[in-house]
Design a binder for this molecule. Structure first.
Ligand code: MEV
Length: 309
């Protein structure tokens, strides 16, 4: 039996604008992981998704809608690994809440490719994993920038611009992020599509917002590399209202951001596609608990604090 896993991710700054060519920064969230086991035996290539409560034999009829991207990924990965279809049972489980901006779909996909590669005793480099997963991600996201599966496949903080190799960030000073789940599901694909329609209606306004966000990201890259956490927090604070202007915040996300700031967070913003999902807050060791508890007090269903280094 082979095991593989992949972390969740959080977008530090730059979501949505990254779909339109601006840079963004993303970090892995290592405590939350998707896991895959691959066992020889059973009947054909069977994919079991524990959290979705679905199981499907690859190549036999049409899979349930929610399994389609994963089944397609199993097929393309098996082809990539040589085309054999031995009897295998692939079980997918994830501790990453679904549709909350934490990259659950991308993490499951990365773990799946790694698990299949491990079964064939192959080590795929992150670039190969990333390329295989991109196709499955298009299913989840419509027009993804590629940032989610890239940060997850590499497992390192990245500065990402669509169509370019990711740049790995040297974090000047390790920092803590409190992540709060609003509990509201918000599929990325739908929000990305809404932003696209809004941009088509008001191209000038949206392009200006994307540019402004891109400029914040460039400053944030410097702040992060120089260990200037106050500066980084301030840039996150400035990113949030721009996301609100894009139409992807919500009263509950705004409430969580305010609660984090009031409890002493250095910076706070929504993270990921928005409208639901998560808020992230840059916190200090001495106030991490206070901020996390303020976020729960404001209605967050789950909070974790993760170190980025
Ligand atoms: C989702 O994590 C980030 C978005 O910018 C979409 C994408 O980049 O594909 C909202």
């Amino acid at each position: 039996m082979k095991f593989a896993s992949a972390p969740a991710k959080a977008i530090l700054l730059g979501e949505h604008a990254v779909v339109y060519g601006q840079p963004a920064i993303a970090v892995p969230v290592t405590q939350l992981r998707a896991k895959v086991t691959v066992e020889p035996g059973g009947e054909g290539v069977r994919l079991i998704a524990r959290d979705l409560g679905h199981s499907h034999i690859v190549g036999e009829g049409s899979p349930p809608e929610s399994l389609k991207p994963l089944v397609a990924l199993v097929e393309s990965t098996l082809d990539y690994l040589g085309g054999e279809r031995p009897a295998l049972t692939i079980t997918v489980e994830s501790a990453i809440p679904i549709a909350r901006g934490l990259g659950s779909g991308a993490a499951v996909s990365v773990a799946l490719v790694r698990g299949l590669a491990a079964h064939w005793e192959r080590r795929l480099d992150p670039q190969e994993v990333s390329a295989l997963v991109y196709e499955a991600e298009r299913f989840h996201h419509g027009t993804p920038s590629g940032i989610d599966h890239t940060v997850i496949a590499y497992g390192r903080p990245i500065y990402f611009q669509r169509g370019q190799e990711p740049q790995f960030l040297r974090v000047g000073r390790p920092f803590l992020l409190a992540i709060a789940d609003s509990g509201v599901e918000s599929p990325t694909k739908a929000v990305v599509e809404e932003v696209r329609q809004a941009r088509d209606r008001e191209p000038r306004r949206y392009e200006a917002l994307f540019k402004e966000i891109g400029a914040l990201v460039q400053e944030a890259k410097k702040a992060l590399e120089e260990g200037e956490l106050d500066r980084l927090g301030h840039l996150m604070d400035r990113n949030h209202p721009l996301l609100r202007d894009l139409g992807v915040s919500s009263p509950s996300l705004d409430g969580l951001v305010r609660a984090a700031k009031k409890a002493g967070a250095i910076g706070a913003k929504l993270s990921g596609a928005g409208q639901g999902g998560c808020v992230i807050a840059l916190v200090r060791e001495e106030n991490r608990e206070e901020v996390a508890s303020a976020l729960r007090g404001e209605g967050a269903q789950m909070t974790i604090v993760t170190e980025v280094s």
